[in-house]
Design a protein around this ligand. Structure first.
Ligand code: ADE
Length: 359
């Protein structure tokens, strides 16, 4: 028989008490019954998609410092937003962030909508994020299920079905457990429990407010859950990046096409990413190249290995693009993989200049 709301009041209460005492203080979070700013909640939830809390915090502060309101963010240039986002990864989020800011700024009083359905209609807001914003910013009853929550519930109820097949069952349990009076705090408490106690490998069951109720713990199988369907290996792509330095140490960048992967971001020129690395002959200038080794990067749908080829003293009139001083790089929307490429290139020694003739 599915648990009724009366039966589930107990666990929710225990978790909320734990949250009041041990929930993390995070910059976008308000505790003690105070409602957080929906703009802060939205911004943090977009940044937290596929990204850790520790990585997000400095970016969250940077964005709020530059764009304190959704209207201010909407008024920014997309290029500024992409540059500020650089380093966080999954750049479609930054483009959608800006689109969403424009959409919200156009609403009456530039207010975020409050229901899951309305939130989901906005760019970059999927079912998880809509539920999180509705619950956390507007105290709406919503089942908020991220990876942490999946783990907590799979253990609490000893769900043996592997993910992702178990997801609907888990969502139904979360919906049942979520209390009507503090749904936002409950959602955040679940996330914190998953992040700090119910860890993937070494859960700290002694400190867990749900240790008595946890069915996986009773059976001693907590570290085996959740089960996951075997992942298929990602395809591999290869390419070569050409890092060209001018005489005064600037580096050549070009802008990627607006559409597609890393759209509108900057990179050193390079070959097409495919089954083979490509050739030095494909470089935009004919010059001597030094080998800078390889850089690997994991994207959502493939693994990339880039060979890094470095050239020095390249005339600035040669190929198209922008020549950028190294201290200006942070103002460019440079994806992490390309930061790695440039860092690698900077470890390469220029070839010894032709020895001067002795007198
Ligand atoms: N991960 C995603 N959203 C979060 C939140 N609001 N608090 C902590 N971790 C999160």
């Amino acid at each position: 028989m599915p648990p009724t709301r009366l039966q589930t009041a107990g666990p929710a209460l225990g978790l909320l008490r734990w949250y009041d005492d041990f929930g993390r203080d995070l910059p976008w979070r308000k505790k003690g019954g105070v409602r957080p700013d929906p703009y802060h909640v939205w911004l943090s939830e977009i940044m937290l998609q596929q990204t850790t809390v520790a990585a997000v915090i400095p970016y969250f502060h940077k964005f709020l410092g530059r764009w304190p309101t959704v209207t201010a963010l909407a008024a920014a240039d997309l290029d500024q937003v992409l540059a500020a986002w650089a380093g966080l990864g999954y750049y479609a989020r930054a483009r959608n962030l800006h689109k969403c800011a424009l959409a919200v700024a156009a609403l009456p009083a530039a207010r975020f909508p409050e229901t899951e359905d309305e939130l989901r209609a906005l760019p970059g807001i999927g079912p998880y994020t809509a539920a999180a914003i509705a619950a956390i910013a507007f105290n709406r009853h919503a089942a908020v299920v991220d990876g942490n929550v999946e783990r907590v519930i799979a253990r609490l109820r000893r769900i043996e079905t592997p993910l992702p097949a178990a997801k609907p069952e888990i969502t139904a349990i979360v919906s049942d457990l979520t209390p009507h009076d503090r749904p936002g705090d409950f959602a955040q408490a679940m996330m914190d429990l998953g992040a700090t106690i119910c860890a993937p490998r070494n859960p700290d069951c002694d400190a867990c407010p749900w240790s008595q109720a946890c069915m996986a713990r009773q059976a001693g199988v907590q570290t085996e859950l959740p089960r996951k369907a075997a992942k298929t290996a990602k395809p591999v792509r290869r390419g070569t990046a050409f890092v060209l330095f001018s005489k005064d140490g600037r580096v050549l960048l070009r802008r990627r096409p607006e559409k597609g992967l890393l759209g509108g971001m900057y990179e050193p020129p390079g070959t097409v990413w495919g089954p083979s690395f490509g050739h030095v002959e494909d470089a935009p200038v004919k010059t001597r190249f030094e080998t800078g080794g390889e850089v690997r990067h994991t994207f959502t749908h493939f693994e990339l290995t880039l060979k890094v080829e470095v050239a020095f003293d390249v005339p600035e009139n040669a190929p198209g693009g922008v020549w950028v001083r190294l201290d200006e790089l942070e103002t460019f929307a440079l994806p992490n993989v390309m930061r790695k490429v440039i860092e690698r290139a900077l470890t390469v020694e220029p070839p010894a200049r032709t020895a001067r003739k002795r007198g």
